[in-house]
Write a protein that binds this ligand. Sequence first.
Ligand code: ME8
Length: 593
Amino acid sequence: MLRTSVLRLLGRPGTSGVSLLEYSSPRHYSSGPLGAPDDGRGARAFFTTPIFYVNAAPHIGHLYSALLADALCRHRRLQVPSAAATRFSTGTDEHGLKIQQAAAAAGLAPTELCDRVSAQFQQLFREAGISSTDFIRTTEARHRIAVQHFWGLLKARGLLYKGLYEGWYCSSEECFLPEARVTRQPGSSGDSCPVSLESGHPVSWTKEENYIFRLSQFREPLQRWLRGDPQAITPEPFHRAVLEWLEEELPDLSVSRKSSHLHWGIPVPGDDSQTIYVWLDALVNYLTVIGYPNAEFKSWWPTTSHIIGKDILKFHAIYWPALLLGAGMSPPHRIYVHSHWTVCGQKMSKSLGNVVDPRTCLDRYTVDGFRYFLLRQGVPNWDCDYYDEKVVKLLDSELADALGGLLNRCTAKRINPSGTYPVFCTTCFPSEPGLVGPSVRAQAEDYALVNAVATLPAQVADHYDNFQIYKALEAVSSCVRQTNGFVQRHAPWKLNWESPVDAPWLGTVLHVALECLRVFGTLLQPVTPNLADKLLSRLGVSATERGLGELYFLPRFYGHPCPFEGRRLGPETGLLFPRLDQSRAWLVKAHRT
Ligand code: ME8
């Protein structure tokens, strides 16, 4: 299937050099259900996280964004294993007034602060298993080249002009705010201080001659783009919110600051008295990492999926696509938006002292445990609350008891003394439900289980496509529960390997449960890579048998040979995920203090 849509941006006389800009959507290829998905990107996919400010250490919110992108990317790699087909970038946003001021407040040179905090992000992401292929720092030379080139294109297309710009500037949010978003708060000396209505951070009145981008020209092209591609911004409420914003007037945008005021940034080409606005600088990172301005970037743009928090939606869904259209490029393929983590019902903030350190969490709950918690509990549509007991409860019940218990039940020496993947008996479990006969043992619920697990990979893929990783994990967890029910129902521990009547059915029960576990292990790889590796290794599944293309569930049931039958199980017999509530002295202590 090949689909092409064209969006035309007509330049207005006297305002810009853009006469006719064509936007064509990428080709849509169809393929098998688990091969390269027919999602408009062909086989290539490029995932990005926001690049994070280096004014403060990373917290669980930053890690959550990186984990969402990591899981999407790892899932994609399971579908399209070629390393050359997927790219994934993250990094740090190091310029701007916010960093300039944070460095001054800390008595550091901006480069020192950037080096220090960027290294913390890199270390955290390494420890958390974030499998990015690039980590960009906006202070790198390659980025300055990309930004200045991009600026040159906008200039050449007549989209930048110099003018007087005035308004409230919030350095914490790095943007101008309209009067309606500014309020007054009593300051330390009792006087009334203007602050941002949303974040409560101080704002200051700024009046400067700046370069201004003709953003107002792009209101209609942006509306056409979003109306023509209802999934461009996912989940849907955010798509709707952006279209609502676009109902209002879209004023032009200041895209530089006086260098005397903001020196920590990239100078405007040909005009050292101005520094490029930090958001324009930051957004171009998505092009820098794919080689822009060299032509190689074209094979990755616009096959891009940006993963962002809701706080920076306007910058990604309005400014960025407008800048791209202005530079003659297409908007990104997808903008996946997630909401925020709060802590014990409160917004996480340095001043409240409730910022959750992700490295402590990785230590306490293990890398896989904490990855699982954030992705299982994080729901993009609305804010989610963090507290320690919730993590312990979830991990103990779903990873230690349900999944670990299931693996243990089917591989323990007393139940599986030969330590092999047992044989499936088609007479005990015929592929046609409802058959009766002396050796038929399978019941209606068992067919329901087989059906649920057989359709699970496609269901999970759909959830990933819709940016609902928590639903993918919910679906896996529900199948784990169903499989435990299956084992419980047939109580293999009551069957006897020595009995010619019991043995084929006992083997079949274990075979089905192991096949279910193989599917769960395969599907959990994007979220809990180490735990999934342990699980699949225990089942004897080799590294080349772990992709979605190779995942043929229960082939003997469908009349095909099973490569696992008779295979030795892996030697590692330790617990898959030890319960946490035994070892949480720190939790009790934390509550007393
Ligand atoms: O805005 N819960 O950087 P930033 C979940 N440099 N995610 C959260 C969160 C929370 N409580 N707090 C932050 C910037 N995040 C710019 C981005 S991109 C070209 C430039 C995550 O350090 C979320 O992804 O303030 C949010 O959008 C991002 O961190 C903001 O990070």
